[in-house]
Ligand binder design. Structure first.
Ligand code: C5P
Length: 243
């Protein structure tokens, strides 16, 4: 393939200029990081699994009418996506208490929340992605009130789709993080789901056993991360059962 210009390298992905204007090639690395990159490792094959899983989830969103950046998978590690101007927020939806929420509020991990809760972190590695209220987001101009209304509505639809899909294969969706981007369509500006949706950015627990099948396996040294992600992919039919 012809040489492509690297646009950005993040912790788990590299973005290259795409073949057409307005497109980007998103490459999934094997690198795993946690605690704002204080813990690092290379998990061979993780990028391949996440490329497949993000394709699966984004295609599902397209089917239910949630606009997203995915165009097509190019190969084992790369997918073609729409170029979008990323809104500098991590949008987190929680169904059960876990992670930073469980810690901050002293709630036992796994406690069902009264309803799905949407929260926002300001994307800034140097600051450790601090939790921010909607008021900050609007006051600082990171997104408008209309954007935030759209983001919350879309995040809850993504949650419904993801929860139902995972429940169907015996997995509880505890929480997840998504990101949004802006694309220009003629005179219109539209928000779409961007980045990735994979077990790197979700918490997924087996309904029967409570076994963790997500990046907490790496964060908490609970076993082999690839085995966990492969199990998720296999249950979703993303990989043939003999892989
Ligand atoms: O750590 P915390 O409990 O706030 O994480 C909530 C959810 O967001 C988890 O599923 C986690 O994997 C995801 N997350 C992420 N990237 C971050 C922070 C959190 O994907 N930088």
């Amino acid at each position: 393939m012809a040489r492509r210009k690297k646009l950005y390298e993040g912790k788990a992905k590299v973005l290259y200029e795409g073949p057409e204007p307005g497109t980007i090639v998103q490459y999934f690395k094997d690198d795993a990081t946690a605690f704002n990159a204080e813990k690092k490792d290379v998990i061979e094959g993780k990028g391949v699994l996440n490329n497949r899983l993000s394709e699966f989830f984004m295609n599902g969103l397209t089917q239910i009418g949630v606009p997203n950046h995915f165009i097509k998978r190019l190969n084992m590690r790369e997918q073609l996506v729409r170029a979008a101007e990323i809104v500098p927020l991590e949008v987190i939806v929680r169904n059960y208490a876990a992670g930073s929420m469980a810690k901050r509020l002293g709630i036992e991990e796994g406690t069902r929340l009264p309803r799905p809760i949407v929260e926002f972190s300001y994307k800034d590695d140097a600051l450790g992605d601090p939790l921010v209220p909607e008021e900050y987001i609007i006051a600082f101009g990171w997104a408008s009130q209309q954007d935030m209304d759209d983001i919350v509505a879309m995040a809850l639809r993504v949650n419904d789709f993801m929860s139902g899909t995972m429940y169907g294969v015996g997995i509880k969706l505890i929480d997840f993080k998504i990101e949004f981007g802006r694309v220009y369509e003629g005179d219109f500006l539209r928000l779409i789901v961007a980045d990735e949706i994979s077990p790197d950015s979700c918490r997924l627990w087996d309904i029967e056993t409570g076994q963790k099948l997500d990046k907490d396996v790496f964060r908490q040294d609970l076993g082999n991360l690839n085995d966990a992600y492969t199990e998720v992919a296999r249950r979703l039919g993303v990989l043939p059962s003999n892989v």
